[in-house]
Write a protein that binds this ligand. Sequence first.
Ligand code: C2E
Ligand code: MG
Ligand code: MG
Ligand code: MG
Length: 279
Amino acid sequence: FAKERGRNQHQFYTSELSARAQRRYAIEKNLRRALLQNEFFLLYQPKIALRSGRIVGVEALVRWQSADHGVIEPNDFIPIAEDTGLIVPIGQWVLEQACRQAAQWQQLMPDLRMAVNFSPRQFQDDTLVKQIGATLQSTALAPDALVVEITESLLMGDSTKLTPVFEALLALGVGISIDDFGTGYSSLSYLQRFPIDNIKIDRSFIDGIPGNRDSVALTQAIIAMAHALEMSVTAEGVELESQMRFLKDAGCDEMQGFYFSRPISAEAFESLLRQTKAR
Ligand code: C2E
Ligand code: MG
Ligand code: MG
Ligand code: MG
């Protein structure tokens, strides 16, 4: 009896596994098609300077408009795109689209900066810096208007290959920002090794503000550390006025989150820029 149950369980696991593998394979196939058929689009979330209350930047966040499944969020396809290497061409599409859009919006707001998310996998491509340079040129966007958002996981490994890449980005004038800061369980020594301009405090810390004493202490410590290292600080996931007030008082430079705006369409962001300009 036990043996039979064991066999059934085994069957259950293999069929579940292969169902998952099949689903992954189907998504991979669809991702390839999505690239060819231009099914990706970008939403834009503003970054606000806490001192002035002004829009100073914007982050591009990719979405996939699938014919079969409607709009798919990045968390549901970026990991598969990373595993399959498709993140490289998808990332290139995102970069080009974001740069072109930024160049256009700079006519409304000349010092607007565009942030683009990059996966570690994209840094394994030896032509990355060349691609970024070429994209900036073809879209006529000034390099200092582009910010590259990366996560700590990229900086944890061997730095010998990465250092020249960062130095080349620095030489171009492109900004580097550490996304989801504080969640990577990594040593802080990379802050010394790489020319980083900005730290984005992870939403999990902002969540606990202003009620949780540990979140408050950690947020204050991150802001102090970043400023001592001459980096600016952005808080992500700001949803409440009380969080905004706390961050402003704590000297945080920028905020991003649903409190000011969710990620919105290009059209909606543009009208936000026009409103700001009219005021
Ligand atoms: P991220 O770069 O940390 O982006 C912030 C995420 O938090 C976004 O989710 C955004 O919609 C969400 N968010 C912003 N403000 C708030 C808030 O106040 N409250 C809450 N609860 N959430 C907020 P989204 O757009 O689903 O993106 C998820 C992640 O997918 C991004 O995290 C980024 O790591 C990745 N991603 C998005 N676009 C790209 C891309 O073009 N390339 C790559 N490689 N990754 C991307
Ligand atoms: Mg980001
Ligand atoms: Mg983030
Ligand atoms: Mg995140």
